[in-house]
Write a protein that binds this ligand. Structure first.
Ligand SMILES: Cc1ncc(CN)c(N)n1
Length: 215
């Protein structure tokens, strides 16, 4: 299996866990849990504030200047947050006051993982950064394709958004990773795959933590 094939397999193998995730199951059922959505948005803002500058550094390390990759650093994340916020506001705006305004464990753990990967070297760092666009691009595409998320589902616009943005980004990211993987030895490739695998697990935990109640 090529490096990229192994990358894809990690995501394919993780799909059942994402589909069993209560956050994703709520989306599939069109069930709006306002508190969970407010929590997700709050945590995602914390995450992106740290992740996006790191993403920029990760690209700079390899002199990468692709338009879709660069665009990702802009404010495109605001739009999907507003979509979820609208759903939560319509359902139960009072839930906003009840969310935990602290860094939840998957937020802290995921960011620490990326920062630790950065210390391990440029290639491993790049692999750890890939899960953020890859998971959303892959998951949204598969769930729309399979009919698990259909038009009319309140979450459809959110899935469709990421299918477009993160889907395209993933195509560009994979091209870069393929080129860079050719330049490193097998041991480094394997460490890169591990860093990606762990980031994929954190993506799943990140969704799940939004539904966990206080105390
Ligand atoms: C935690 C997380 N992962 C992925 C994405 C979408 N790129 C996001 N907004 N937040």
């Amino acid at each position: 299996m090529t490096f990229i094939e192994q990358f894809k397999k990690i995501m394919q193998d993780a799909m059942p866990a994402f589909l069993a995730n209560p956050f994703i199951k709520d989306c599939e059922a069109g069930r709006i849990d306002a508190r969970a959505l407010y929590t997700y948005i709050y945590q995602d803002n914390i995450y992106l504030d740290v992740y996006l500058p790191l993403f920029s550094k990760g690209l700079d390390n390899f002199g990468i200047d692709s338009e879709s990759l660069r665009q990702f650093e802009g404010d495109q994340e605001t739009e999907p947050h507003l979509m979820l916020q609208k759903l939560a506001d319509e359902k139960n705006p009072a839930a906003k006051a009840t969310i935990t305004k602290e860094w939840l464990p998957a937020t802290t753990g995921y960011l620490k993982h990326i920062q630790d990967s950065q210390k391990e070297g440029d290639f491993i760092f790049l692999c750890s950064l890939a899960a953020c666009p890859y998971v959303y691009g892959y998951l949204t595409e598969k769930m729309i394709e399979s009919g698990q998320i259909k038009k009319g589902n309140p979450f459809y616009p959110w899935f469709d958004f990421y299918k477009g943005t993160d889907g395209q980004l993933t195509v560009d990211f994979m091209k870069v990773l393929e080129e860079e993987a050719d330049k490193v030895d097998e041991e480094m490739q394997s460490r890169g795959l591990t860093a990606f695998y762990q980031a994929v697990q954190f993506e799943n935990d990140f969704f799940a933590q939004s539904l966990e109640k206080e105390g």
